[in-house]
Design a protein around this ligand. Sequence first.
Ligand SMILES: *Cc1c(COP(=O)(O)O)cnc(C)c1O
Length: 330
Amino acid sequence: MKAKENYGVTLDDVRQAHQRIDGIASKTPVKPSFRLQQKLKRNVWLKLENMQPTGAFKIRGATNAVLSLTPEQQRCGVITTSSGNHGRALAYLAKQLNVPAVVCMTEIAPKAKVANIESLGAEVVIHGTDQDQSAAKALEIAKQRGMTFIPAFDSKPVIAGQGTIALEILAQVPDVDTLVVQVSGGGLMSGICIAARAIKPDIKIIGVSSEHGAAIYESIKAGKIVTVDEPVSIADALPGPIPKDNQYTFAICRDMVDEIITVSDEQVVEAMVNAFLHERLILEGGGAASIALLDAICPDKLGQHVVAVCSGDNVDPMKIIELVESSKRT
Ligand SMILES: *Cc1c(COP(=O)(O)O)cnc(C)c1O
């Protein structure tokens, strides 16, 4: 690996994060996958981040970020623009930690998302019609109210929080030699790389992204940050651009990930159905993408002890039933 000495986040940061978030974020189980074990002739475990209180790993980074603030900063509150799993995590923390939280959304945000974030405990501010306008509003409110903006991935405490997943995996499966991890903005992958590479330098780390709109994957290929579209995808946590002023996640993923492999929506749908029928898990598209990768990859690329992160469950359960029904017809 051509890794540098210092990426701004260290194993020590991840270890401290693990203590800090204890009691708020869950230590999630690993579940052996009998189906994948049979198919790949290797040991395969699923790391069940879908079992977090808000259904995704984002609670780890968000909790670490909020608890790293001074008491005064916490009193003033936190703000973000994500209406997905990061926004859900911050909204949940607002109530758990008694810290005011604002989530800025665009006028086109679905009513169900707005209601969901509000019911968790955050204030929703609706502004503008695109992400840039909503982000500008968030920065304005942050300034007015003295709130701290918490980014969804490119932030030291967020990356360190997500990295705690690797500490748990290494303790739960000491022989692990291969990790399969989702990559969108790269916060999850960066945290896992920092922790896992420091403890087990030779571990294989394979990323999985969407076929379209894979910002980090395309940027690594181009050797610099390139912009991508945000196409509609069943794996809606995965596609989308990353800001050009990225400080941490691009360099960490570029230098520490062995390979990123992309999966199609069809493969993700099949993985969601397999997760439901064979693992009894409800996984959103992004959450099941690691299973899609394991179903597609040449097994020789894997070691003998593989752990795949199942990153989240934020999907309407009726949608899964629909997918299962239509998979029976084809
Ligand atoms: C946020 C998210 C991802 C991607 O994480 P990044 O840190 O942006 O790479 C993957 N799966 C789920 C369910 C998520 O919520």
